[in-house]
Design a protein around this ligand. Structure first.
Ligand code: NAD
Ligand code: GLY
Length: 362
């Protein structure tokens, strides 16, 4: 089973290949995309031991000379020190302008390796091989690469598109269940902001989604998310406007992650709570019906994602919202949904309403 989604960006166009058990096709797909010579596979210590050998052998059997760089797992790896260490590793591996990088892992590895590829020798090609659900439906597609600074997340980066994306759904079998469910929150997002029939389809199949099982269903779901992201990015690659709809649920979600001290909630869990915050605000301000808001909440609940965040004071959350990247003159901006399947960006929510919604989420 191989399901291809094109990302149409003129001379930066590429394909997303989705299937179960397709990692061993990596070398052939790289060759077919015109990649050859030397390559550095960048991975983390959780993913590397499971999948780097298959990736390496596949590349070698396509005549590509590959080496592996394995980094510690976790968000702290997405930093400047690792970027410089990787530049040295690229030189050691003899990578020149005709060589390429393979990012094998979750969003941390994808963002970091993509940024190294964007900047090493002023840019060499790279390939995304996402192994977390979040990376498959979001971070590996669309060309946002970058690293964190001590001052904040994703503060340095580049828009830099990969040559291809290969998402092998079978790799999800080893992903911790909590990370898998966190990825489901981003999947719900696509239905809510862009595609009402897709949202309905998720509702109809909801019992099958919280645990990995039905690979055909998952391929269709991941494929549809990639199609939506590709369509949005094709219209607004550098987030001049439309692309910001992908931030639905992320304004309050990021603030909660920060207040809770990264770790208590994984990203997708915070996004689930942030999405409910935005949906309730949409009822008050954007005309979303209470019935549709309830459906959104029920989907998150059925996916076994958190729908309450008890114990966090509004003052603390408001403080975190004030320093959000999307905040202008102290007022955070939200993506709101007038109806399931449509969305608008840049909305402000009156102070008293934000506080009331938050207090009801506790
Ligand atoms: P992650 O890369 O830290 O992966 C989560 C955990 O799962 C890690 O411990 C990892 O080692 C492990 N893992 C991944 N795949 C596995 C597998 N198949 N088997 C076993 N373990 C596996 O986190 P993530 O949730 O994938 O990505 C989060 C990152 O993505 C953040 O840094 C975020 O800023 C970034 N992001 C970027 C974009 C973008 O557009 N570039 C979009 C969303 C998120
Ligand atoms: N994850 C949001 C974006 O790619 O724009």
């Amino acid at each position: 089973m191989l399901y291809d989604v094109p990302v149409n960006l003129g001379d930066r166009s590429y394909k997303i290949h989705i299937g179960a058990g397709i990692l061993d096709q990596l070398g052939g797909l790289c060759s077919a995309a015109g990649l050859k010579g030397k390559c550095l596979i960048i991975t983390d210590e959780n993913v590397g031991g499971l999948y780097a050998k298959t990736a390496l052998q596949s590349l070698e059997s396509a005549g590509i000379v590959a080496q592996i760089a394995t980094l510690p797992a976790g968000e702290q790896t997405k930093c400047g020190e690792q970027v410089f260490a990787l530049y040295s590793r690229c030189i050691e591996a003899g990578l020149d302008r005709h060589s390429f990088i393979v990012a094998l892992g979750g969003g941390v590895i994808g963002d970091l390796a993509g940024y190294v590829a964007a900047t090493y020798l002023r840019g060499i090609p790279f390939v995304q091989v996402p192994t977390s659900l979040l990376a498959m439906v979001d971070s590996s597609v669309g060309g946002k690469t970058g690293i964190n600074l001590p001052e904040g997340k994703n503060l340095v980066g580049a828009f830099y598109q990969p040559q291809l994306v290969l998402a092998d759904l079978q790799t999800l079998e080893t992903l911790p269940i909590r990370e898998y469910r966190a990825g489901l929150a981003e999947i719900v997002k696509y239905g809510v902001i862009y595609d009402a029939p897709f949202f309905q389809n998720l509702e109809q199949n909801i019992a099958e989604l919280p645990n990995l099982g039905n690979m055909d269903l998952l391929a269709k779901v991941v494929g549809r998310c990639c199609e939506i992201k590709a369509a949005v990015v094709a219209q607004d690659e550098r987030e001049g406007g439309l692309r910001a709809i992908l931030n639905f649920g992320h304004t309050a979600g990021h603030a909660l992650e920060k207040v809770a001290g990264y770790g208590e909630y994984v990203h997708g869990e915070a996004v689930a709570i942030g999405s409910i915050f935005a949906a309730r605000a949409s009822v008050a301000l954007a005309g979303l019906s209470q019935a549709e808001c309830d459906r959104i909440e029920q989907v998150f609940q059925a996916l076994q994602l958190p729908v309450h965040a008890p114990g966090y004071k509004w003052e603390d959350l408001r403080g975190a919202l004030a320093v959000d990247k999307k905040t202008v003159a102290g007022m955070p901006k939200f993506v709101l949904v007038p109806r399931i399947g449509t969305s608008s960006i840049g909305n402000e929510i009156p102070e008293a309403l934000m506080e009331e919604i938050w207090n009801n989420l506790g």
